[in-house]
Each structure stands twice: as C-alpha cells, then as structure tokens.
Design a protein around this ligand. Structure first.
Ligand code: ADP
Ligand code: MG
Length: 339
C-alpha cells in the first residue's frame, strides 16, 4: 500500500489552530491586548467596530518590531518569549505559544504597522488568510498597531455562528476588564463604533476597579491580603450585602493572568457561608501570586485554566484569608428568611 500521510501546508495548519485560539472576536481582543502588554506598552487603545465583526484594532506604544520580526510574528510557533522547554516554568509573559498572530491572520484580513524606538521608518504589513499581501516601509508611530478586519471571512460556519452585536460586545468588554484589572499601571482606552466606552487612567487596583465598575463599587470593597510560602493573595471581596444573582464580578488572577476555577471559586463561597442570601454570589477580585514553577498554564490554548501543584493548600489559604477579612471588617451575618 502506498504511503498516504502528508504534512499539512502551513495555511491549513494555521486555520486548524485558529479554531482553538479564536472562538469569537473577544478572543482576538484578548490576544492583541496581551501582546501589547508583553511589549511593555504604557498606553493601549482598543478600537472596535460592530462588536469586532468588522474591525478589531489594538494600538500600543510598546517596543515595536523591526521588519524581519514583523514578518516572523505571523509564522506559527514563532515567539520572542520563550526559547526552551524549561522557560515554560518561569514565564514572565502572557504569551509563549507563538500562535496567536498566525491563527488570526489565517482567518481574517490583518494590517500591522510597527516601529521600534530609534528607527526612522517602520513597517506596514498586510496579511490575508495567511498570505502576505504587501509589505512596505512606512512612517508610523513608535509601537505597534494591529487591525483585524473581516474575522472568519473564510470560515462561513464560524461567521454565522457569531451572536448578536450586543452579546459579542459583552464578551469583548469582559476580556477588556480582565486585562485592564490586572494592569492598573497601563492607560487604557476602549472605543466602540466611534464612541469611547472606557478611559482608564493609570492608577492602583482599587481605583481601577472603581473606574471600571463605577463609584458605588468603592464602598463595597473589603481588602484581602495573605502571604504564605505557597501563595501570596491580595485584592478585594465585596461585602456580602452586595452579593448578586449573577457571577459577573468574580475574578481570580494568577501571576497577572485571569483564570477560571470553579474549585477556587468554591473556596470563596465557603468563606462566605452563612453570610449570603440564597441564590446570590459574592463579588471578588483576588490576585494570587505563586512560584511560576508550581503552576501549569499550558492546559488549553486560551490559557484560562491552570493546574496548581498544591491546589488543596491554595483552597484552604483562600478560604481562611477571605474569612479573616470578613471577620476583621465586622461583616455581620444577614438573616435569611428564604430558607
Ligand atoms: P506569543 O505572544 O505567544 O509570542 P503571538 O503570535 O501572539 O505569540 O506573537 C508572536 C510574536 O510577535 C511575539 O512573540 C512578539 O515578539 C511579537 N509581537 C506580537 N505583538 C506584538 C506587539 N504588539 N508589539 C511587539 N511585538 C509583538
Ligand atoms: Mg501573544
């Protein structure tokens, strides 16, 4: 029998990878914002049209790229962030898989304008469906601007699967919040269809939370801090009387990365036991710092799930820290007549 196995051409491999990395416009927003942060940006603009269906643009003032790097950045498994497998256990950056730009460019029309400091001219590169359409020198500001247009233009099934603009914008806003919350030292602006939805000036975590969720948030917040050899915890919980019917304001971050964990979420709920009306959820913004070698974030391409070496200890420490804060701020139990 003749041999039948062939290596897939790059553009096909990229399109397959894109299926995992890019679920919806919000996924592109997350990847571009994270790249801007990894580039050391101090100011980041997010510009979106029609909930990202027609345009997603991120403009940063970070370190920019030279011409060769600009071209390389669209190759799969091309990254400046790690070099060897061991680096995975000492990550200092959001990115490391080197597949976001390759994936995005496989399923959209992308224009990149970039210039490193010290160079007179920058590079303008247009890539559509993994094909480089044009590349030229250009007078552009220092930093990088990436425009992503016509997402899923070559995957009609995905395009049709997109939800209403309202729903897609909600997802984008959620990603924006997750990134902005953990980087209060960066100035963010977010525009949708020409109007400014958020301007978040440089501040601290508490002020950033208030800038995002409104001035009324301030009185809800109770600080949480705990330093142990397994994990350092900082952040805030909302007072129990502000618990809501939805889980909207529940945020865990591990080493500056937003994560989802129903296990850790349970640790917080357990600490609130007896203090909440039934069917309500406490709000929290908890920032965990662990040794990068003790957590695996490479579980899924979107990196929102993690695996801790010692998750039982982390659970116990979170529960104790939240309980302690609730006690210290003399949060009294509410009587719940609904039981
Ligand atoms: P990763 O972030 O995992 O390295 P990406 O595909 O997101 O992979 O990006 C590939 C490379 O392109 C990055 O490693 C980085 O060197 C470069 N890059 C991407 N976006 C930017 C940016 N906004 N500013 C500077 N360099 C960037
Ligand atoms: Mg990246």
């Amino acid at each position: 029998m003749g041999d039948v196995i062939k290596l897939l051409p790059d553009h096909v491999a990229n399109q397959i990878a894109a299926g995992e990395v890019v679920q919806r416009p919000a996924s592109v927003v997350k990847e571009l914002l994270e790249n801007a942060i990894d580039a050391g940006a101090q100011q980041i603009q997010l510009i979106v049209k029609e909930a990202g269906k027609t345009l997603i643009q991120v403009v940063d003032d970070g370190k920019g790229m030279g011409t060769t790097d600009a071209r390389m950045s669209f190759e799969r498994h091309a990254t400046s962030k790690i070099e060897k497998a061991e680096d995975l256990f000492a990550l200092q950056t959001k990115g490391f898989r080197g597949e976001a730009l390759a994936s995005i460019a496989a399923i959209a029309h992308v224009e990149m304008n970039t210039r490193p400091e010290g160079e007179e001219l920058g590079t303008r590169l247009v890539v559509e469906g993994s094909k480089v359409v044009s590349q030229e020198s250009a007078v552009v500001p220092k930093g990088t601007s990436i425009q992503v247009k016509n997402l899923f233009f070559n995957i009609p099934a995905r395009r049709n699967f997109l939800k209403s603009n309202q729903v897609e914008l909600r997802h984008i806003t959620d990603e924006f919040h997750r990134v902005a919350l953990v980087h209060p030292n960066i100035n963010f602006r977010f525009y949708h269809n020409g109007s400014e939805l958020f301007h978040l000036p440089v501040s601290n975590i508490r002020q950033r939370i208030v800038n995002i969720f409104g001035t009324k948030t301030n009185e809800k917040l109770v600080p949480v801090t705990e330093d142990t050899h397994v994990v350092n915890i900082s952040g805030f919980i909302n007072k129990p009387e502000f618990a809501r019917k939805s889980r909207g304001e529940q945020f865990f971050f591990v080493n500056d990365r937003f994560i989802k964990s129903s296990y850790l979420n349970h640790a917080v709920s357990a600490a609130f036991e007896g203090l909440l009306k039934s069917d309500t959820f406490p709000g929290y913004f908890l920032f965990l710092e662990v040794d990068p070698g003790s957590v695996d974030i490479n579980i899924h391409p979107t990196k929102t799930e993690v695996k801790f070496d010692d998750e039982h200890s982390i659970y116990a420490i979170i529960r104790a820290a939240v309980k302690h804060s609730l006690g210290q701020f003399q949060v009294a139990p509410v009587l719940d007549f609904e039981h």
